[in-house]
Design a protein around this ligand. Structure first.
Ligand SMILES: CC(C)(COP(=O)(O)OP(=O)(O)OC[C@H]1O[C@@H](n2cnc3c(N)ncnc32)[C@H](O)[C@@H]1OP(=O)(O)O)[C@@H](O)C(=O)NCCC(=O)NCCS
Length: 251
């Protein structure tokens, strides 16, 4: 491997980073998805365009959190992260397959992590790649379980849910106050980007309040003051799921 430079991401790097992300996650899926699951597929042009637009948003708001690794061949890895008040979040992170496991990822994560050095907390959603898990563990993150649900929603089992509605622009302060309380920072500029990809829902139940963003196939964000409200929101998201045979839902 030629010498690798870690430097801030520029706008012109975003398409190359998208290609690396597509290759790295496709290769990871091929390595790790259960055999009885559908064959992994490369990203569609529409999903690539949405990845590029989302990453340009991170670069616009948090240029200090976005880094690339470059060697003589060009960009070979990247990490994007953002700070919202007191929380640092890793958005996404990948190294080109074939160059993984050689220390490039460690340097990228260190650069992105330094951007949130002043934050009280840091968060990320880990892939199942053992290299990623080892990196996060070595960086000092604590691990919490995630759940991936896959399948078609059995609509006959959907309960009637009270207190969940489409969100309105005036709901943003409530959403941000809740996110601040739960994770240390509101979503701020991310509401607009999330609303482009997903439908915002708000819950005002007998026990509390909360919100979720869902695109009908995936749950992007769910936050609630209490378990009953979180359950109501999840049921509402499942009720809004398409009728496609597979639906994914990650928490
Ligand atoms: C996760 C990723 C970005 C890390 O980049 P990288 O360049 O591979 O990372 P590094 O080489 O710096 O670190 C990998 C670590 O895992 C270890 N490792 C390598 N293969 C391993 C394996 N099969 N099992 C466990 N650990 C392994 C390496 O020894 C190294 O640990 P060390 O520094 O203590 O020796 C990269 O592997 C990748 O793109 N994976 C696919 C996409 C992905 O999962 N991204 C993370 C999204 S949350």
């Amino acid at each position: 491997m030629t010498e690798v430079l870690i430097r801030p991401m520029r706008d012109a790097d975003v398409p190359a980073a998208e290609q690396i992300s597509d290759e790295a996650f496709f290769e990871l899926d091929r390595r790790t998805l259960p055999r009885d699951w559908p064959e992994p597929e490369r990203r569609t042009p529409a999903l690539s365009a949405s990845w590029i637009s989302r990453t340009r948003g991170f670069l616009e708001h948090d240029p200090g959190g976005c880094w690339v690794a470059e060697d003589g061949s060009g960009v070979v890895g990247f990490a994007t992260s953002f700070v919202r008040e007191q929380v640092w979040c890793l958005a996404t992170y990948a190294v080109r397959p074939g160059l993984q496991g050689q220390g490039v990822g460690a340097r990228l994560l260190e650069a992105a992590d330094a951007y949130g050095a002043h934050c009280a907390t840091g968060m990320l959603s880990a892939s199942v790649d053992p290299r990623a898990i080892r990196r996060y563990w070595r960086a000092g993150f604590a691990f919490h379980p995630q759940m991936l649900l896959r399948g078609a929603v059995d609509r006959a089992r959907l309960p009637v849910v009270d207190g969940v509605r489409e969100s309105r622009p005036g709901d943003v302060p409530m959403m941000d106050a809740l996110a601040r309380r739960l994770r240390g920072g509101g979503h701020g500029p991310d509401h607009a980007a999330l609303a482009e990809m997903a439908r915002p829902l708000v819950a005002e139940t007998a026990t509390g309040h909360g919100f979720a963003y869902t695109d009908g196939a995936r749950l992007a964000v769910l936050a609630a003051t209490d378990d009953a409200t979180a359950r109501a929101l999840l049921w509402a998201c499942l009720a809004g799921a398409g009728r496609a045979r597979t639906t994914w839902c990650r928490t």
